[in-house]
Design a binder for this molecule. Structure first.
Ligand code: SF4
Length: 412
């Protein structure tokens, strides 16, 4: 009898009906309005007009930093351990790898809209962003000033290999108060082990010249040092070199290159776990006895955060990551610098992303939080091990299946 129809079927039909109504509603709205609007206002508490980044913010419930890659993976160097150079192959042959100005402006507007605090931060990454030329960055600053609300502050950070810096760049950075991150792997013989030009020429001299120019112009500059199988054996030499050049902030980044086919599952360049621990302990002892208050070492600061009851700020130490998405040169949006691949492309900031897709993005975060925190059984992990992401041109042209655990759980 109808009255005895199973509740599950009834629910299913009801759900289907609501789903169809929503689709019709959204489609009608799409026909009427511009592609910069989101159409799930009836179901999700989303304003009727909101940018792509705005909606990400809405679901993350927190401020997030974006790595913007206006020149994609383009770089003048060919560092042996670079994981980003090969991203070139994600895009068609002959791709210009230069974010066009109208898209740049779209991004800047969205970033400003999606930044809730007083300070609006921009992080320019690559590849090598300096390849875009100084005029491109002058234009960036102009656009930021054009769209910035009067009572807000804009801060720019840029990550560079330093080899192309000259006086004009450093003067510009000083005037516009850019923060610079510069990659240096220690003294020349260690830096030049893997950080080479595409023609396999050493780069230490040029990078150091860039660093000294930055200091000369008073530009705040952090050092990013990749710790690999070579320089890990010389912790004090590396650390003292940075002290000699008067580095005030040092980030040590362990090199881990997955190679599942090899014994140990990582490349020969990767830093061995025990050696990495010894490296940090040795540097820590010297830092503690001589340099506290004078030199900041990112990983030690991270360790101190938990002692003061603060959440880690560095993504690799957080139980759940995903708060530093990437925008590529053509507007493609990815969850993380380490997951720039077709499986983890969430959309494009120029087009409409379905609110449902972003909602699932958020669900990933929350779900993994639960799984990582041990509050969920393995069943939940299995049931939700694939979530549907609806991305690209609305309505539902592309459907992506994303393995939850590969995207949000920290694997480093
Ligand atoms: S400088 Fe950076 S982006 Fe360029 S090849 Fe080296 S690691 Fe890659």
């Amino acid at each position: 009898m109808q009255l005895n129809a199973p509740i599950g079927i009834f629910d299913c039909k009801l759900f289907l009906l609501i789903f169809i109504i929503v689709i019709l509603y959204c489609s009608l709205r799409i026909l009427k309005k511009s592609s910069a609007e989101i159409y799930f206002t009836g179901i999700f508490p989303i304003p009727s007009q909101i940018s792509f980044l705005g909606i990400v913010l809405l679901f993350l419930h927190s401020q997030f930093q974006v790595f913007l890659k206006p020149t994609g993976s383009l770089c003048n160097l060919g560092c042996h351990y670079c994981y980003y150079l090969k991203k070139e192959h994600l895009y068609p042959r002959g791709e210009p790898f230069r974010m066009p100005e109208d898209l740049l402006e779209t991004y800047i507007i969205q970033q400003i809209e999606a930044s809730p605090g007083q300070v609006i931060s921009f992080s320019w990454h690559g590849g090598e962003p300096i390849l875009l030329g100084l005029d491109y960055f002058k234009r960036i600053v102009q656009l930021q000033q054009r769209h910035k609300p009067r009572d807000r502050i804009i801060r720019n950070g840029i990550q560079t290999n330093g080899t192309l810096l000259n006086e004009a760049w450093c003067r510009f950075f000083a005037e516009e108060k850019f923060m610079v991150g510069l990659s240096l792997d220690g003294p020349a013989e260690m830096h030049n082990r893997y950080r080479l030009t595409k023609a396999q020429k050493p780069t230490h001299k040029q990078a150091l010249r860039g660093y000294k120019l930055l200091r000369h112009f008073g530009v705040p500059c952090d050092i990013l040092c990749v710790v690999n199988a070579e320089n890990v054996r010389h912790p004090l030499q590396v650390y003292r070199f940075f002290k000699e050049i008067k580095a005030q902030y040092i980030g040590f980044l362990p090199l881990v290159e997955p190679r599942p086919e090899l014994e140990g599952c990582v490349s020969h360049r990767s830093v061995p776990a025990v050696a990495w621990g010894d490296f940090l302990s040795t540097v820590y002892d010297e830092w503690l006895s001589q340099d506290v208050g004078r030199v900041k070492v990112q990983i030690f600061e991270e360790a101190a955060r938990t002692a003061f009851g603060q959440e880690h700020s560095l993504c690799i130490f957080r139980p759940v990551c995903g708060d530093i998405p990437v925008v590529e040169h053509n507007g493609d949006f990815y969850t993380c610098d380490h997951f720039v691949n077709p499986e983890h492309r969430l959309g494009n900031i120029q087009r409409v992303i379905s609110a449902a897709g972003t909602c699932f993005y958020n669900m990933h975060t929350r779900l993994d939080e639960a799984v990582n925190g041990g509050r969920c059984s393995g069943l939940v992990d299995t049931v939700f091990s694939y979530s549907i992401f609806l991305v690209g041109n609305f309505p539902f042209r592309q459907v992506h299946f994303m393995p939850v655990n590969s995207i949000q759980q920290n694997q480093v």
